[in-house]
Write a new protein. Sequence first.
Length: 534
Amino acid sequence: MTPTPHDGSLAGAAPSVLSGTTVELPAQTLVDLVAGHARNRPDAPAVEGDGPTQTYAELWQHAGRIAAALADAGVGEGDQVAIWATRTAPVVAAALAVMSLGAAFVPIDPTYPAARVRRILEVGRPKVMVSAEPGSLAGSLPRGVATLDTHAGPHDAGELRSVARQDDIAYTVFTSGSTGQPKGVLVAHRSLVNYLGWAQELTGFTDADATPCFASLGFDHAVTCLWLPLMVGGSVQLVPDSWDPRPWLAPRERPFAFVKITPSHVRLFERIARPDYRAITRSVMFGGERLDAALVASLGDRLEGVHLLDHYGPTEATVGCTAYRFERASLPAEGALPIGVPVWNSRAYLVDEDLAPVPLGEEGELVLGGECVAVGYLGGDAEDKGRFLDEVAIADSAGPSGSRAYRTGDRCVIREDGQLHYLGRLDEQVKVRGFRIEIHEVRDLAESVDGVAHAAAAVSPKGLGGLELFVVPEGAAGTDLVARVLERLRAELPAAAVPERVFVVPSLVVNAHGKWDPDATRQLAGESEEGAGS
């Protein structure tokens, strides 16, 4: 992969368009690159964790056995295969096996409530569900979905040969939909390799390096720390508990190349252990949520000499589409940090409602174009047509004909520093602990509970930045109202979307513009005894 010197430049004559570095990508898929390491460096460590370290040869052989079993089950090019995504070596092998067949793996977080899992499977319609304990899923899967053990497959399966092509879908990750239903984002191998190559350049990752992976494999935050090491030939340390940093906090003889964390992770780790990042890693990649300078500054000398990255991107832009590199010494005094410049072979436009670029220094909606953009949503629908479009539909387009674009719904501005700065959402979408959540999905579920007249949710300004929910009762509030609301939300939503506090208030306060005022409603709630933790 040979970059040309065009990193973060203004594209063409339009000052509200930034273009990433132009790079000629290899013809191989991620699976091809992992296979090359298995052939050329078979004894090199690939996957570390609670059990014995798995070498590239062992990982590839395991993937071959699972691929043989999947093929016997009728899985082929274009199919969807669900994976019960525990952070274990067999799950990594299963994902490689699925991709090698030209199929797409669909990671499902085991912590999701049963109703959420059923919805994902109903929408995704996978041919097979792969799990380390398929028997435990009996009776909970939609009709027609077969199960396969991650240890299945013949031991004499022979050498695995991938048939995946660059335009095949590598994975489908489900995210919260604007309709209140989960929707699957389709990411092709070409976009994945483009992203991982860019991330390798950002982090300086080599085949002698390692990184920890403690994010949910059902969330694309994990793509960076899981697949970047395996693409390059390094190793990944799988950490069983997302919120327990102790397995990877110990000083290392050779520090990790990078650690990818959300700001919420940072706040939690500060409470648990106050890590000395200098002894752990060469780089820290912040992602998933808005990053404030004050949070970084609070880490003090423990970041001295550590390279820092603010990494931004919606799931529809293949994990991340921009990044800002900085050092502790260059940290601004306050405010949010820039989100940087675009990924390789991609462009960032700030546009008005008519998709015309806005002048430099004015805010606009961020529209992404190029290799970073996902193929679309699984099944395609009206939302596809509104969010995904041909890049030439953008006035003064800097992309080639046929290149995809995606409307993020994020408000941004390009300032004099030539960097993108994130300002907020055009809608009610927020991120909590790196998970994308539609506020109205939480609100609508709460309002479906008997006894709730109105509800509203917002990110808490306190603690770890979880959600707060405010409910207005119909008449007198029953003593069990909060408990019933939480029971409903826990049954339907991922854990990150369940509010940390629920307040019963007489009304939702609005401001002079007729919009809900979260701060005034908090004051009305008064941190009363009617607020309950989740």
